[in-house]
Ligand binder design. Sequence first.
Ligand code: G6P
Length: 503
Amino acid sequence: ILTTETAAIRQRLLVVANRLPVSATRKGEASWQLEMSVGGLVSALLGITDFDTKWIGWAGVNVPDEIGQKSLTEALAEKRCIPVFLDEDLVNLYYNGYCNNILWPLFHYLGLPQEDRLATTRSFQSQFDAYKKANQMFADVVNEHYTERDVIWCHDYHLMFLPKCLKEHNNKMKVGWFLHTPFPSSEIHRTLPSRSELLKAVLVADLVGFHTYDYARHFVSACTRILGLEGTPDGVEDQGRLTRVAAFPIGIDPGRFIRAIQLPQIKNHIMELKERFAGRKVMLGVDRLDMIKGIPQKILAFEKFLEENPDWHDKVVLLQIAVPTRTDVPDSLIAFFPSLLLFLTDQKLTCQVHEIVGRINGRFGSLTTVPIHHLDRSLDFHGLCALYAITDVALITSLRDGMNLVSYEFVACQASKKGVLILSEFAGAAQSLGAGAILVNPWNITEVASSIAYALNMPAEEREKRHHNNFMHVTTHTSQEWAETFVSELNDTIVEAQLRIRQ
Ligand code: G6P
């Protein structure tokens, strides 16, 4: 427990992210239900306890009235959260539009949406304008709460304009920006109509962080090739001012998982699940339902494995949890905002996955068992930990993924089972868990199928060795350490910059 004294010397940290760690649902005029948000960013940042942290972000809900805004602000204050209120139109253009229909697919190598490229320049521009406007609104809330002791940490692709908005208001602010997605090759980034403006806005930050060296290198290349600036081993230089650019691989709070699986009620749940799947090896996939997660390709690889390995037909089960997110767009809006076609794509993805799962279960199932259990919903934390703990092989085959913390969570829950992790080489985690996981190209269905066979037949000794490597990494490279490293580097960068100016 922290004493007031220790709390007083903790560094004050303003974490600014699009989504707060809690999402709000309105229960009455002035009453709110708060629930944990899902996603890698939230899961990592929850592990940070060493700072005197306040969160600033969108509560994921439209609150047009004053009573609602006041009561939600009060409810969130208890969680050290400060809301940014965005109206519905802005959310559509900024969050659904520019963030999730343009930047998200582009940064994951899926390219720009065709309809924006061909016909709707206006729509592109209005989404970009809304993006800048929303970023300014986040900045306004930061300005309201900022004190001189604060360090400001901006997160993710939603807020690439924020460093610029903040420093324009107060150049003395200490501002770091961190990207939770991949930063793509500069050849991909240069297709974006607003490519230069975005890069310049990020470069205003004192420190710019990415999950991997590759992403950092891509960013520096984009700045040199597109903006003509100078890339140095430390970052990007513009007229004598250095923006430090570096890799800070994120982690989880492993203790939270390790402790959870020791709880009596979870141990009971683990026993029940073991009985339920007795005699079968359990394979597990946990992904947000998103194009980038490669769910259809994964299931097709599992089908190929079943085709080629008839002996395994009733001895293995794949549990695929597809967590729905970003689904709150009414159909009527899609007619007005072609950019929202992304959500049609997500609906198509769900149908496609259901069709493949149905076919495979029809082909390989029996009256009593099916090879795939597919759920279109999330599980609560304890349910998820129990599933991780009984899993023999985790199958994480994202087509692209910034880091992928599901792989870390799985490893943290495997102390007794020592199961195998099959991991996409296009997830950032491949660079940290490469020594323990079986790395695969998710597009190569034959390779994934044979990796499944390899994992299921892996001798105990090799499993233990691989697990040990992964477990050591996950338990030493924690979210706590990630945050401390980033913030102390941000402090150092600012001190160095001041020294450079004095010299
Ligand atoms: C990814 C992004 C996060 C985002 C999360 C959930 O992990 O990098 O910034 O919060 O997905 O997505 P959502 O759009 O529901 O916040």
